[in-house]
Write a protein that binds this ligand. Sequence first.
Ligand code: GLN
Length: 290
Amino acid sequence: MTTISGTTLLTWCRERLAEGGTPASLAWLLDVGAGLARRRYHSLVLHPQAAIQLSRDLDELTHLWRRHLNQVPLQYLLGLCPWREFLLTVTPGVLIPRPETELLVDVATSLMEKGATGAGLWADLGTGSGCLALALAKAFPRRHGVAVDQDPAAVAVATRNLKFVAQRVQVLAGNWWEPLRPWWGHLTMVVSNPPYIPTPTLPQLDPVVRCHEPHPALDGGPDGLQSFRALLAGVSALAPGGWLVVEHGQGQAPALEPLFAAAGLTAIRRHQDLEGNDRFLAASAPHHWP
Ligand code: GLN
């Protein structure tokens, strides 16, 4: 803990912003990295005389800010990412959870709430940091789930993020549905935010993403749809009437819908992000596979 005057902090903020970056990112660094509530940050100008307590000293924060200005995501620098009501551990081995992925949770939970009994198991395929699994575990405290990732680095991070719900959520290493074999036929909700960026467009990604986030978590193959094909190849593991809910890239819904239908899924429905773009697809396994 370090205590400084608001005036000192205000001067420091002005110096940092003169080097580059945005006030929003600086507020993020002070909040997540030094425990300064946004409210305090925004009231600095009005009440500069108040003493401020920070959990990191200014030299350390300056160092982090400069690394951030060199395009390193703040989340990786701090090893933390706020997402929904959680503060998740993140490392460069996992994708930084995106705000829009929070909406996938809303789609899945509303379908689960409608689904009568609450029986059956949920799963998150390609869990990465474990963010989706944690949100589902929180939303359904009496249900059990499984989070799967093929990358041992992601399994380690997800295990850490899910340790408070470890009695109800298993984290398993493996390829898509394969580790779920013991529960095939009993999966009532499967969610996934798989890699979906077409390989040819990876070089066009923002350098912050391209240079630091794990490409296996982004690269969806030549047309961006490879991981959806792998997911759809396993949908017979869903319980009758069970749901598959995925996040996808902008513009991919028209190509995905026929693939979902060809896999035998029904009740295929698009869902939108906050800007109104189709970004999620939900579909149900039939009550009897043909
Ligand atoms: N939304 C991420 C991005 O644009 C991609 C996530 C993914 O491929 N699943 O960087």
